[in-house]
Design a protein around this ligand. Structure first.
Ligand code: A3P
Length: 315
């Protein structure tokens, strides 16, 4: 009986997905539109399940971000802080940050059986999502106990990082995503988890309304003053540092240079079609200048100022 119910549920989700608008990202990857955002069919299905079935537990922490905005770095930092920065073995040597803090809607296990697999996580649970705020389960939105940390990044670097990611790492499709195509998609809000600006603005507005619940970070701030930002994160997580040495230790453990050169990240692979190495590239602010034409720069800047106008947010 239970199996039949599960099968019925699967069928129901599959049916809902069939009805959704679809289009090809950069002529290659099929994306569906659900609740005003775009993503791949398996992700949308997992997002639907997540929204309808998920229940928070006390002290859950949800990390949230668009793609390519510093998710891996934030995951590494939070995993280290929660571990308590003891002298014991460094978690990050053993596994990639995405292993320690799973992205709910992208994990195979979640796609299969979300509730059961989340139950086996250690407490306090730390997980991540790329989903927009509007489709988060009510139990997360309404709970005073579940904190959210969001990381944003300037749209130009985000876009260039995304373009590299698809060209170098997407093994399912031919590796040829011309910048012009990816640029057009991004500007039109048609990309994984897009539109980008709505994604950032929703979390930004919520963080203004509920600063105790949502901590809003920027990749650029983390690069500019990492100590200050990491202390902020630790405090928010209820794990303030005792001394400066510990702050430095976390930053060193989570540095791009170190993570990039760890064996697990050089050769390992957590997702079938994405090697761990693909999460570590240059990690600099302003790399877009090496790729975008002045016309692209002008167009994206116009869109950015139009979208962010009056919000008090600068990216
Ligand atoms: P670039 O492509 O600009 O180098 P995400 O983790 O959300 O997928 O974002 C990936 C971006 O974060 C990449 O940017 C990557 O190089 C950068 N990044 C990954 N780990 C980092 C770290 N430990 N410190 C700083 N930047 C990091």
């Amino acid at each position: 009986d239970k199996e039949l119910t599960l099968q019925n549920e699967e069928d129901m989700y599959d049916k809902s997905i069939e009805q959704l608008p679809k289009a090809l990202f950069s002529d290659k990857i099929e994306l569906l539109e659900w609740e005003g955002f775009w993503s791949e069919p398996t992700i949308i299905k997992a997002a639907m399940k997540f929204k309808t079935t998920f229940q928070t537990e006390p002290n859950d922490v949800l990390l949230a971000s668009s793609m390519k905005t510093g998710t891996t770095w934030l995951k590494a930092i939070c995993a280290c802080i929660m571990q308590g920065n003891k002298e014991e073995e460094d978690l990050l040597v053993k596994d990639n940050p995405h292993f320690h803090i799973p992205t709910i809607e992208a994990m195979n296990y979640f796609i299969k059986n979300p509730t059961q697999d989340l139950c086996t996580m250690h407490f306090p649970r730390l997980f991540h999502t790329h989903l927009p705020y509007r489709v988060l389960p009510d139990s997360i939105k309404n709970s005073d106990n579940c904190k959210i940390i969001y990381i944003a990044r300037n749209p130009k670097d985000t876009l260039i990082s995304m373009w590299h990611f698809f060209n170098h790492n997407h093994k399912r499709v031919e590796k040829n995503f011309p910048l012009e195509k990816v640029f057009e998609c991004f500007c039109n809000g048609f990309h994984h988890y897009g539109p980008f600006f709505e994604h950032v603005l929703e979390y930004w507005k919520e963080s203004k309304k509920k600063p105790q619940k949502i901590l809003f970070l920027k990749y650029e701030d983390l690069k500019m003053d990492p100590k200050k930002e990491v202390k902020k994160i630790a405090l928010f997580l209820g794990k303030p540092f005792d001394n400066e040495e510990d702050v430095e230790k976390v930053l060193w453990r989570c540095s791009l240079e170190r993570l990039k050169n760890l064996e697990v990240n050089k050769s390992g692979s957590l997702f079938a079609d994405i090697p761990n190495s693909s999460f570590f590239r240059k990690g600099v602010v302003g790399d877009w200048k090496n790729y975008m034409t002045p016309e692209m720069e002008e167009k994206l800047e116009k869109i950015t100022s139009l979208k962010l106008q009056g919000s008090g947010l600068q990216l």
